[in-house]
Design a protein around this ligand. Structure first.
Ligand code: SF4
Length: 342
């Protein structure tokens, strides 16, 4: 019988539980980019709680991207030193930590929010180079892995999606061509860093001419073939819309099961879980082994402590989405002294 708090293998890593904390875009960083004591405090609380793996809040690849006003950045001089302090702190609790990296819009001087078909080969090389430089910084800073944002509506999710990518060169057309830019990034990161590579991708998008589950499975197999170590399944719209009690209505479960059957790397189910019993039921009735949670950690970074001690835990998050829409990603219902910011 599987249990949330099983110690288990996750590719090359050992986890203290099956719960993966994935960050939103909150940071509460200083305007300069520097990390505040509250951030270190939050990470220590999460790491000490019994979580299996921490995936950071979004690191915006580009300073003027949609969420960069709120999200962490690598674009300041003390990034590696400060991030190394953060990863060292998390590692004290034997918890691995990945850096989540993505961008929503590609902007070039006066050309803002460029369409996939308008991106030149030079632009592709720039994006690839920026990804690789960021990965090297994460490696120096002691992160165990990187999560490449291929899901939701991040730019690369649109690049691999036939609904957005109508290019007629080697970076458009069939599935492999649309994935080529990502596969080239993965190869260089693999060859030059020690990082575990995780890709977060949409199971489907529901749009006409968009990604179907069958194509996502093909993408997942290609990612595995070219060196990706694990996957996280999400969808374009946030899992905030899942029902609280009836997990059978979460369409990602069925999709995740199908993806898991087709790859050998670990696959994380992204979101929608709200109670200890629900998760234990899910992992024992499906082939799903790892569950990602986001907002419950915003509501209470230490909630897993109570779950371990008392059992029958239920998350404090009311799924009101104030932390989501307001983009600061602090909880407006469950206020903690350590999480109040100016
Ligand atoms: S603000 Fe709402 S959605 Fe966000 S963590 Fe708090 S209760 Fe959950």
């Amino acid at each position: 019988m599987k249990d949330i708090f099983d110690r288990c293998k996750f590719a090359n890593l050992k986890l203290n539980s099956r719960i993966i904390r994935t960050g939103l875009w909150e940071s509460q960083r200083e305007a300069s980019g520097n990390l505040t004591p509250e951030i270190y405090n939050r990470y220590e609380n999460i790491a000490a709680s019994g979580v299996g793996l921490i995936i950071s809040e979004l690191y915006s690849l580009y300073p003027r991207d949609t969420f960069s006003k709120y999200s962490n950045t690598i674009h300041y001089t003390q990034f590696v030193r400060e991030a190394k302090d953060l990863t060292d702190l998390v590692h004290v609790y034997d918890v691995p930590i990945f850096a989540q990296l993505g961008f929503v819009q590609f902007n070039k001087k006066t050309e803002q929010n460029m369409r996939v078909e308008d991106i030149s080969i030079d632009d592709i090389r720039k994006i690839q180079t920026d990804y690789i430089i960021a990965a090297q910084k994460f490696d120096y800073a002691g992160f165990d892995g990187i999560q490449i944002a291929l899901g939701n509506y991040y730019f690369l999710s649109r690049f691999i999606n036939p609904n957005f990518n109508t290019r007629e060169d080697n970076y458009g057309g069939n599935t492999f061509n649309r994935l080529r830019m990502v596969l080239e990034i993965i190869k260089v990161i693999k060859d030059n860093t020690k990082l575990h590579i995780n890709c977060r991708l949409n199971a489907f998008d529901g749009a006409n001419y968009g990604m179907s589950l069958d194509e996502t499975i093909e993408v997942a197999k290609l990612l595995e073939k070219y060196g990706v170590d694990s996957l996280q399944v999400t969808r374009p719209r946030s899992p905030q819309f899942f029902t609280r009690e009836n997990h059978d209505k979460n369409p990602l479960i069925d999709a995740s099961e199908k993806i898991i059957k087709n790859v050998n790397v670990p696959v994380i189910l992204g979101g929608g879980a709200n109670s200890q019993n629900q998760i234990n039921k899910l992992i024992n009735s499906t082939n799903i082994d790892f569950i990602s949670m986001q907002r419950p950690f915003v509501a209470d970074p230490s909630f897993l402590v109570d779950w371990q001690i008392e059992g029958n835990g239920v998350v404090n998050c009311k799924t009101c989405n104030n932390c989501y829409w307001k983009k600061t990603s602090t909880c407006h219902i469950n206020k903690s002294p350590s999480l109040n910011f100016k």
